[in-house]
Design a protein around this ligand. Structure first.
Ligand code: NI
Length: 280
């Protein structure tokens, strides 16, 4: 019969150990493996050669990191349009429109993650249906999703029912992909009539989110120009517009983020910016 030793872990779990370590004398005069090694080395510590193969894990980001911004995201208020947050705190919201893109969005997410920066993505519904796994990753990594219509048409020419359909189809696609509901919208080309803004606010509770810093990155002026335009335009409460479907925009982001962090800016999402605004 094999004897087993029962150990109780601090979690209360019982585990059974094999009998070989249970009791002296079990193995009689036989010098087992353990006995042999203890007689060879006595009580002296075992000396091992230097482990020349060991390398510490790579330190991924030696640069600046955004602090954890555990701010409330619930906002209320009657304003149907916002272009900026409060000017008395060094908070900025980085927004990326027109994705998700199968290559550029994951690359941007890597850049954001190494700096602990949370951004807001105004996604196009048809792209959400094409790349739902990227939307799930955006949400899983703590970013916010906003509604940027399903077909990216200019909304000012649409009927109310067409406008509602653009909002509804995109919201449904986002919920299907990532089980979250967008809380704000941004109109393609920034074009939305005042009465349409009121309609999406009353029907979907979406405030219309414009921007206060526009580097015109969609005209592809090159990464260094995008970076310097954002840096020059940045201010407390800025909502910064960029597009994650353009590769040169993504190329500009590491330097842009590091510049803004070194100037003392902290990155928060659009809902966090609006929640702070509501408290003021
Ligand atoms: Ni757009």
């Amino acid at each position: 019969m094999k004897r087993r030793k029962i150990l109780t872990l601090s979690s209360g779990t019982l585990i059974a150990l094999p009998a070989c370590s249970s009791k002296k004398g079990d193995e009689g005069s036989k010098v087992g493996k353990h006995g042999a090694s203890s007689s060879r080395f006595g009580n002296q510590p075992v000396r091992l050669g230097a482990n020349t193969q060991y390398r510490p894990p790579a330190y991924v980001n030696k640069g600046l990191r955004n602090p954890n911004m555990n701010l409330p995201t619930q906002f209320s208020g009657k304003s149907v349009t916002h272009s900026r947050g409060l000017s008395n705190q060094p908070y900025v919201a980085m927004t990326f429109d027109d994705g998700p893109h199968p290559k550029n969005t994951p690359r941007l997410l890597d850049i954001l993650r190494t700096r602990n920066i949370k951004a807001t993505f105004y996604v196009i519904g048809s792209n959400v249906d094409r790349y739902p796994h990227i939307v799930r990753r955006i949400v899983a990594e703590g970013h916010e999703i906003g509604n940027h219509t399903y077909t990216h048409r200019k909304l000012t020419a649409l009927s109310n029912s067409e406008l509602r359909s653009e909002m509804r189809r995109t919201e449904d696609a986002i919920v299907r992909a990532a089980a979250v509901k967008p809380r704000t919208m941004r109109p393609p080309y920034g074009a939305l009539l005042q009465r349409q803004r009121s309609l999406v606010f009353s029907d979907f509770t979406y405030p219309t989110i414009m921007w206060s810093v526009d580097p015109n990155d969609w005209k592809r002026p090159g990464p260094s120009v995008v970076r310097s335009r954002i840096l020059r335009g940045a201010h407390n409460g800025a909502i910064i517009l960029a597009h994650d479907l353009h590769a040169p925009t993504i190329d500009a982001m590491p330097g842009t983020f590091d510049d803004l962090l070194s100037k003392g800016y902290q990155f928060i999402t659009v809902s966090q910016l609006l929640a702070l605004k509501g408290q003021a």
